[in-house]
Write a protein that binds this ligand. Structure first.
Ligand SMILES: Cc1cc2nc3c(=O)[nH]c(=O)nc-3n(C[C@H](O)[C@H](O)[C@H](O)COP(=O)(O)O)c2cc1C
Length: 195
């Protein structure tokens, strides 16, 4: 396995946790690298300990390792250029929100809670030396059918997890994105300090 260490660290205006500085969303993954089961467990344990409204923990995950039928099902459902790069990831995860409780009552915070759990997962994965890339570009109906999902579950996103690969293996348009500057809105635009 070639160790690729492309530094895409965030140019922060205040000191952050190492994993937050180092996290970014690559599209080049090492197609030969697997994630050890223990590491995968650690990553989902981080998701498990995310906060949620009333502690209902409405996040559910379908985890598919490269080379399995499940992985092929998730990969088949990806749209556009996501299909081009995501096949090299070690794991594809379908992120599900249980948007209705067992009595049929809506859970207004379920998607928000799932997002927090996925955020925990991405930071822990980074800490474990992995990278993650979330996706909204997929065919929901295809994933629902493939995994015969319960009506109470909503497919919100898909996350690729893997070991960073060589950007040179990507098609031109995607390779350029691997090196494009990482930008963010200024903090002053995001935060209003109430008087
Ligand atoms: C909900 C969500 C959906 C996304 N959908 C896609 C996608 O379909 N394809 C893709 O290549 N990147 C996708 N991204 C990745 C974002 O483009 C990326 O996180 C953003 O540009 C910031 O870059 P960074 O994660 O490297 O900091 C998605 C990210 C999120 C959080």
């Amino acid at each position: 396995m070639t160790l690729v260490t492309q530094n895409r660290h965030a140019d922060t205006t205040a000191p952050l946790l190492d994993a937050l500085v180092a996290r970014w969303s690559p599209r080049a993954y090492d197609p030969t690298a697997d994630v050890p089961t223990e590491t995968l467990k650690t990553v989902f344990e981080a998701a498990r300990w995310a906060p949620s409204a009333n502690n209902v923990q409405p996040w559910r995950f379908v985890v598919a390792r490269r080379g399995t039928e499940g992985f092929a099902k998730v990969h088949d459902a990806l749209l556009g250029f996501n299909k081009t790069w995501a096949d090299s990831a070690a794991v594809l995860v379908v992120n599900l929100a249980e948007v209705v409780d067992a009595d049929g009552n809506p859970r207004p915070w379920a998607r928000y809670d799932l997002g927090q759990a996925v955020a925990h997962l991405t930071v822990q994965a980074q800490h474990e030396g992995l990278h993650t890339h979330q996706m909204g570009g997929f065919d929901t109906a295809r994933i629902r059918d493939a995994f015969e999902l319960d009506d109470r579950l909503e497919v919100v996103s898909v996350t690729a997890i893997g070991v960073l690969g060589d950007a040179a293996t990507l098609p031109d348009a995607l390779r350029e994105r691997e090196h494009a500057p990482r930008v963010r809105l200024p903090l002053e635009e995001l935060v209003t300090v109430a008087a």
